[in-house]
Design a binder for this molecule. Structure first.
Ligand code: CAA
Length: 440
């Protein structure tokens, strides 16, 4: 079998933009720097009145299929990952397929469709399913369309409100892919948790502070599991490390944990030892709290070193460029982080072919997953055809009062009570329940 991986990527942002320091912070009576410096967020994307998870996902998929000249006949599988679904039976992939069938000659009758759910990690799980399906030889030469799509909205007044966002990513997974190949090694950290959940409710119940700790614990377990599987890692082995990004500062916490973990038992640990000592070893402690205290102190010293800062700026910081401007897109978030790194490399004219990415996905509830990807020679041509900046720049700014109307509209499901702020342009629009996807 030739390699399997991502052949093409497209993004679709919600078409409205809320500025956090200018609009959100004053309305909440907060210091703007809480958002810009504290969370690392400058603005969020929101869906206009005629957008929802189906239209955003279908629009991303349509762009991808038209650009890559992919016909329905070429697609053997459509999986949608979302935690914003309003249908508990019929998967969102069927709505998206129905919309796409209005545009293309041919249909998706032959395509296996499903919906993946495990909070934000579901998108990565859908990629996994696609990989396994192709690796098992069941694809009959076809590829898999994986769409991640969410309106990530919290109850007004919830601490999570500042991290909201809305958008979709479409990815085509195939043999001999242009962008990247998945490596087979994988690490998982998974435990029944209740830090973030939506049992029969519109908004998530979130224990925000705890969710941060749960993210880090599962990510540590996934790294340990990955190393049991793939052998010791080294921070310099990877050109970029995209993490799930609920907000960019969360990635700073994940990165320092990852760096500490990867440094252990390497030349780098010895190189840094004269300045900050050797890393505490859990086996040498009888009390877990003592170990935790010492390892946190070690990490504090580690992240103050020039070596760490240089590594973070080179390997992790470019992965949050898009997230700064769009907020949390839940299932899309780690895929935006990867795209952000690729886009950064394109802009810096870095040749990535043959380089490795280590990708850290996470979903509340809770599970983390780590895998490796190898970038392919066609990545540059593919990424140069994305129009991320144009889409972000084209968003319509809304003020805080308008944001509240948009928030009500999308959550109270009053389909026709809000005048759109923008005009659709050759795209699928939401026109009420029932057949969806009129192309304007
Ligand atoms: N200037 C600079 N920094 C400031 C500041 C200021 N004026 N004011 C506050 N800060 C800093 C704080 O010190 C804090 O930094 P640290 O995290 O390093 O301590 C940071 O800004 C955030 O401030 P608070 O902790 O006071 O913020 P908060 O309590 O209002 O909200 C949150 C933070 C709990 C994470 C909230 O955003 C939240 O609930 N988010 C939703 C849940 C979430 O995203 N969890 C992440 C892990 S779970 C996950 O990843 C799944 C998912 O997608 C949801």
């Amino acid at each position: 079998m030739t390699g399997v991986g991502i052949d093409a990527i497209e993004l679709w942002t919600g078409k409205l933009r809320l500025d956090l320091p200018e609009e959100f912070a004053p309305a909440k009576g907060e210091d703007p720097e809480k958002y810009t410096k504290g969370l690392g967020m400058f603005s969020s994307s929101f869906p206009d009145a005629y957008e929802d998870i189906v239209t955003m996902g279908a629009n991303a998929a349509l762009r991808l299929m038209e650009r890559k000249d992919i016909a329905p006949e070429d697609v053997g599988r459509i999986d949608v990952a979302t935690e914003s679904s309003w249908d508990k039976s019929k998967p969102i992939s069927t709505y998206i397929a129905g919309a796409l069938e209005q545009v293309f000659d041919g249909d998706f009758t032959h395509a296996n469709k499903g919906e993946r759910k495990f909070a934000c990690i579901a998108g990565t799980q859908a990629l996994d399913d696609a990989y396994n399906w192709i690796a098992a030889g069941r694809n009959r030469g076809r590829g898999a369309l994986v769409v991640t799509t969410d309106t990530a909205l919290y109850e007004r007044g919830d601490a999570g409100e500042a991290t909201q966002g809305a958008g979709a990513v479409a990815m085509y997974v195939s043999e001999d892919p242009d962008v990247l190949e998945f490596e087979s090694s994988q690490g998982i950290g998974s435990l029944d948790e209740t830090d973030f959940l939506k049992p029969n409710q519109q908004f998530p119940s979130v224990d925000g502070k705890r969710s941060v700790q749960v993210y880090l614990s599962r990510m540590r377990e996934a790294l340990e599991d990955f190393e049991r599987n793939a052998g010791d890692t080294h921070p310099d082995e990877y050109r970029f490390i995209p993490f799930h990004t609920p907000f960019p500062s969360m990635v700073k916490k994940a990165a320092r944990l990852g760096f500490r973990h990867m440094v252990r038992n390497t030349d780098l640990e010895d190189e840094l030892a004269p300045a900050i000592g050797q890393q505490p070893r859990e086996a040498e402690y009888t009390d877990w709290e003592d170990y935790e205290e010492d390892i946190q102190a070690y990490m504090d010293d580690l992240t103050e070193t020039d070596r760490y800062r240089e590594w973070y700026d080179r390997v992790v910081d470019p992965t949050v460029d898009i997230s700064h401007e769009v907020g949390n897109w839940y299932t899309s978030s780690v895929h935006i982080a990867r795209l952000s790194a690729l886009k950064h490399a394109l802009e810096e004219d870095v040749d990535l072919a043959g380089e490795k990415f280590l990708v850290g996905s996470y979903g509340s509830g809770a599970q983390a997953e780590i895998h490796e990807e190898t970038i392919q020679p066609g990545w540059k041509e593919e990424i140069s055809q994305n129009n991320v900046d144009e889409q972000l720049d084209a968003r319509q700014d809304i003020d805080f009062a308008e944001y509240e109307q948009v928030h009500d509209h999308h959550n109270l499901k009053k389909a026709n009570d809000l005048e759109p702020f923008t005009t659709p342009d050759g795209e699928f629009v939401f026109d009420g329940w029932g057949p969806m996807g009129e192309r304007q």
